[in-house]
Design a protein around this ligand. Sequence first.
Ligand SMILES: N[C@@H](CCC(=O)N[C@@H](CS)C(=O)NCC(=O)O)C(=O)O
Length: 194
Amino acid sequence: MIHYTGLKDRIEPIATKPFDPDTPLATINPIGKVPTLQLESGEYLAGGPVIYEYLDSLHRRRRLYPAKGEARFRVLRQAWMADALFDTFVLLIIESWHDRDSQRPDYIQRCFNKVVAILDQMDRDIPSYERLDIAQFRGIGALQFMKLKMSAVGRDCVGLDPTFDPFAGRDHLAGWYKSLARKKMFREPLIRME
Ligand SMILES: N[C@@H](CCC(=O)N[C@@H](CS)C(=O)NCC(=O)O)C(=O)O
């Protein structure tokens, strides 16, 4: 989104490890979560939904958030689904940090069922996607994150399949992802995720 909005030179990316107790993040945002955006005024904004809408108010290209009406709330719901994919996958990552003996298989399965349900919903939504909007940006981001982490999470979490392919059997999702993810603006994250 930063590339789309042309704001790259106005934002300084700072890599941080939010779960590291020594992260200075909490001195800016008391709940210590990424994403956090510190403004020149010293004020801060926190959370993807808030930060992305703020950034969308700063550029001169076509807005990624529809201003009003049905389109706005459809896109907000789709963006929220994409966010939920990211959030649910983070829960699995956290669970994968426990020894296998102390993991909760029911909880892992519950989270993974949600991941599958979100992928199915995205697959159903895609035929009605129109021009590039915030839901599509968030969807690509969540899927890139999932692709990056799936094999490790699948290997380390009891009951998951590390070879799970989010695109298998989801032709709309696969086609849409393939056509967008190769675009330059989606291939150049501001901060490389590990
Ligand atoms: N969907 C949320 C994600 C926020 C989130 O869960 N961030 C995690 C990423 S790992 C975090 O910073 N966790 C640190 C913590 O919970 O202390 C958003 O866009 O704001």
